[in-house]
Design a protein around this ligand. Sequence first.
Ligand SMILES: [Zn+2]
Ligand SMILES: [Zn+2]
Length: 238
Amino acid sequence: MSGRRLVQSIAGFIDYLFAPGLCLACGCELDNAESLCDCCAERLQRVPNPCLYCAQPNPVEGQVCPACLLNPPRWQRMIAPLQYRGLTRDYLQQLKYSEALHLSKTLCRQCFGPFRQCAPKPEVLLPVPLHRERLRERGYNQADEIAILWSREFGIPVERKALTRLRATPSQSGLSANQRAQNVRRAFAYETIHDYRHVAIVDDIVTTGSTVGEITKTLHRAGVEYVEVWALARVYHR
Ligand SMILES: [Zn+2]
Ligand SMILES: [Zn+2]
């Protein structure tokens, strides 16, 4: 490449860096560093009045919904701010199946608030692991990607090797709640050199909660007292 062409291409790259970005969803010009315009950001619908335990809408006053008061989950708190539908669902599917890793950043940036407000913060973030064969096929674990972004934002370390998946369980999709629970029974192991008391399990989506419920059981058995579940999106499940 000639000196002149090199200078031109560097200048082009600098232009590119400072040009206003385009909204990922509608393509309109953006005047800030976000990747979605305000209109499209609103299409990522929040869960209204979420229950402290199940992160689904609480129909009554108070922190905990009647279903969780009657039958509390194993974990001590769940945060999953977005409804798994519409644009959120499209983006999470692209993140999981189409290597669209940049979408983890787009989604995380839109819903830092509820995690930031959570106090005291967990000592460590533990991404839900893939079985090593599935990790090899896919090349990445979307839960790791999300945990790394939250780690940077909140200054909480991530331990990616502490949880392992012992069996390559079949996909949970299409299974009933009972079948899902059976499918992941005793599927996880937890090993760390740290004596954590308060941790957060990180995943992209919570559906019935059977996977994070099974991991919580494993963590409690290992002496962890307070388990939170941090996810981007919640499937309403009742
Ligand atoms: Zn837009
Ligand atoms: Zn609840």
